[in-house]
Design a protein around this ligand. Structure first.
Ligand code: PEP
Length: 240
């Protein structure tokens, strides 16, 4: 079964890169590959206005309430977003998001007709201890996998954190984990659910990663902040 490749930009806590709102912006909807931008809350409206498919990097599961500093998924849906990033490792590690909190966000997103891109993946010490499968199995066990969601496998040790020389997971490691994740999906979604790889994807390694049978796209941080690099990854995806 062929699944349309899906490239999601995670701009993290960075403003929209120069050229984002230009007519030739690489962040706009493209031919034969799905492109979505996860921007800060502040850039969402401007992105949506120029035809960029944009969503929040996080949203509170409750519609409104006493949650100072938060923005709800409902507010993002009301703004016109159609996607939401859930459970990024930055949120799990720095904001104490648990598997259950992530699952609540995914369920709230689905109820609002937002398409959740849900991040899972192990830390370096978990990989060193050979626990990577156990970790993703636990993270997936609370998710509504029958539904219309996308999973992004991001081994935390491969995320660049701004270092352009950080190596990605090896293609073999990435494919192996994606195949394992796919094996955990129920029959109804095993062949249709898209699985993205995240962790130092860039033009230099995109072709090899995106050619793997169980890798259906990328969640791209550092390289998505460089319009030319992101455009190159799109071109590579379109050629596959
Ligand atoms: C990320 O933070 O989701 C990510 C994958 O970052 P990078 O591409 O920079 O490793």
């Amino acid at each position: 079964m062929s699944r349309t490749l899906f490239l999601a930009a995670n701009w993290k806590m960075h403003s929209a890169p120069e050229g984002t709102f230009d007519p030739e912006s690489p962040y706009k909807i493209q031919d034969s590959v799905d492109v979505v931008v996860f921007s800060t809350f502040l850039d969402l409206a401007a992105c949506l206005q120029v035809g960029i498919e944009a969503g929040p990097q996080y949203g509170h599961a409750e519609a409104s309430g006493p949650h100072t500093g938060d923005v709800s998924l409902k507010m993002c849906a009301d703004l016109g977003c159609t996607y939401a990033l859930c459970g990024h490792s930055d949120r799990r590690q720095k904001h104490g998001e648990t598997d259950d909190m992530v699952a609540a966000q995914v369920k709230a997103a689905l109820a609002l007709r937002l398409h959740p891109v849900v991040c899972i993946g192990e830390k370096e010490e978990e990989r060193d201890a050979g626990k990577q499968q156990e970790v993703v199995r636990r993270q997936m066990s609370v998710l509504p996998l029958e539904q219309n969601i996308t999973i992004a496998y991001e081994p935390i040790w491969a995320i660049s954190r701004g270092d352009p020389n950080k190596p990605a997971a090896s293609t073999q490691d990435a494919q192996e984990m994606h195949a394992f994740i796919r094996s955990l999906l129920p029959d109804a979604t095993r062949e249709t659910m898209r699985l993205l790889y995240g962790g130092s994807m860039k033009p230099e390694n995109a072709k090899e990663l995106l050619s793997q049978p169980d890798i259906d796209g990328g969640l791209i941080g550092g390289a998505s902040l460089k319009p030319d690099a992101f455009r190159e990854i799109i071109t590579i995806a379109q050629s596959l």
